[in-house]
Design a binder for this molecule. Structure first.
Ligand code: SF4
Ligand code: SF4
Length: 222
């Protein structure tokens, strides 16, 4: 899932400074699981902003809403009236949700309340880790299901780099060397011969041509 963390309160306060009626809009999917932008975080942030505005003697109102997914228009349209009543929408969704709002409501100010950080998962409560960079040409079938692009500090397709020490990365000794993990798992699967297959340089021009990427499924189009 997409992982995100809430922006510092001071930054959010600076973003909303010109506006009086603010709708804080959460998203019930990825950012809820990241503890960054779900219903609970919307309520906590609204309380903090109300207190801060009160202490500064500012006449601001903060409405609250959370939709199931901010990246789909049918869900954000469910709160269209609240969006229209606000001077600005402070979105606690990922950058996709913010842009979905901006595209759907072109006359409305939309502000980001979180920093979208990576694609990943929780390995324990409160610890989120990156697992994918959405490179567009997945190599997990060659690397024992461990991503060398997201998990190796040098994004090496042919590793290890030579700096790995006792299974840890030379860039960050706290971090497991991704290529040690790949080696160990290939050994476990009896597929160590795959370590000897030299991967060609990734064709970033093909997989990521510098512009916004698009998937078109003609079979699903209406
Ligand atoms: S190779 Fe890594 S970055 Fe690319 S799609 Fe697969 S998991 Fe994601
Ligand atoms: S030590 Fe391992 S994870 Fe770190 S950069 Fe080298 S190959 Fe990548």
């Amino acid at each position: 899932m997409i992982k995100a963390k809430q922006k510092p309160l001071a930054e959010i306060r600076a973003l909303i400074a010109p506006y009086q009626k603010i709708l804080i809009l959460g998203c019930g999917t990825c950012v809820t699981i990241s503890f960054a932008g779900g219903e609970k975080e919307v309520g906590l942030l609204a309380s903090s902003l109300r207190i801060a505005a009160g202490m500064d003697g500012l006449q601001k109102t903060f409405a609250e809403a959370t939709v199931q997914r901010q990246c789909e228009w049918e869900f954000i349209d469910a709160v269209a009236d609240q969006i229209k009543r606000a001077d600005a929408v402070l979105s606690l969704a990922c950058g996709i949700g913010v842009q979905a709002l901006a595209e759907r409501y072109p006359d409305k100010v939309v502000l980001p309340g979180v920093n979208t950080t990576f694609l990943g998962m929780a390995i324990e409560h409160g610890v989120l880790v990156e697992r994918c960079r959405a490179c567009g040409d997945c190599v997990l079938g060659l690397t024992a299901g461990i991503c060398p692009i997201a998990r190796c500090a040098k994004n090496l397709l042919n590793g290890p780099c030579g700096g790995s020490q006792k299974g840890k990365c030379e860039v960050d000794p706290e971090m497991d060397c991704a290529w040690q993990l790949i080696y160990d798992r290939l050994a476990r699967l009896g597929q160590l011969d795959r370590m000897e297959v030299l991967q060609p340089p990734k064709d970033w021009a093909k997989d990521y041509d510098g512009g916004p990427r698009k998937i078109v499924r003609e079979d699903l189009r209406l």
